[in-house]
Design a binder for this molecule. Structure first.
Ligand code: CO
Length: 201
């Protein structure tokens, strides 16, 4: 069996299992999507939003990119943010990074990756330049990467707060609350770094 065929087979088994537990499972899910959360996470295959939060389909609206970046000119991210904020009216937007992130590692390694990746990682390189003293003072490269992961998540939350979409949503509907989290691949635990509530009117 080819590797992709295994996915299709497992999908059939999964769908059957869902129905056996709850016969109305898909009927109910297909009718309504009302997630309370938007998740902005890393594309890393080891950090699936629903698995690590033990949530069901329908509970989290998801956007993922390399190193969970919030780039103010990224039309993909902005359209997801717009839809989640203004149509789904999510209550929380979570930026979740993870320790040992390959994108962060690549950005601060100084190794030249080709044009596209270099361009994408610019924001992390800027974060590194702004915090070089603190980061370089750490003993090991793993500690340096993990510090950068935290600094970058906090920066992404701040960048999120400055988008027109969030500013308008805060003004109009006092939603959503922004969160910066970081996930540990070593123990599966999420640590909270920062929470930003809508400003009081
Ligand atoms: Co990553």
């Amino acid at each position: 069996m080819k590797s992709f065929e295994k996915l299709l087979l497992q999908n059939k088994a999964w769908a059957q299992e869902r129905i056996s537990v709850n016969p109305g499972y898909f009927e109910k899910l297909s009718k309504i999507q009302k997630p309370e959360f938007l998740w902005i996470g890393c594309s890393d295959s080891r950090v699936p939003a629903d698995r690590i939060t033990d949530t069901e389909p329908g509970e989290i609206f998801v956007h993922r990119n390399i190193a969970n970046l919030v780039i103010p000119t990224d039309i993909n991210l902005l359209s997801v943010l717009d839809y989640a904020t203004n149509y789904l009216k999510v209550k929380h937007v979570i930026v979740c990074g993870h320790y040992g992130c390959g994108g962060v590692k690549a950005a601060i390694s100084g190794i030249d990756h080709d044009h596209i990746l270099n361009m994408w990682l610019t924001d992390i390189k800027n974060t590194y330049n702004d915090n070089k003293k603190i980061v370089d003072s750490l003993a090991t490269s793993d500690e340096q990467v993990d510090k950068m992961v935290e600094l970058s998540v906090i920066k992404q939350v701040n960048q999120l707060a400055k988008t027109y979409i969030i500013e308008q949503s805060w003004h109009k509907q006092q939603l959503p609350t922004l969160h910066g989290w970081v996930y540990s691949l070593n123990n599966g635990i999420i640590k909270t770094l920062v929470t930003v509530e809508p400003p009081l009117k």
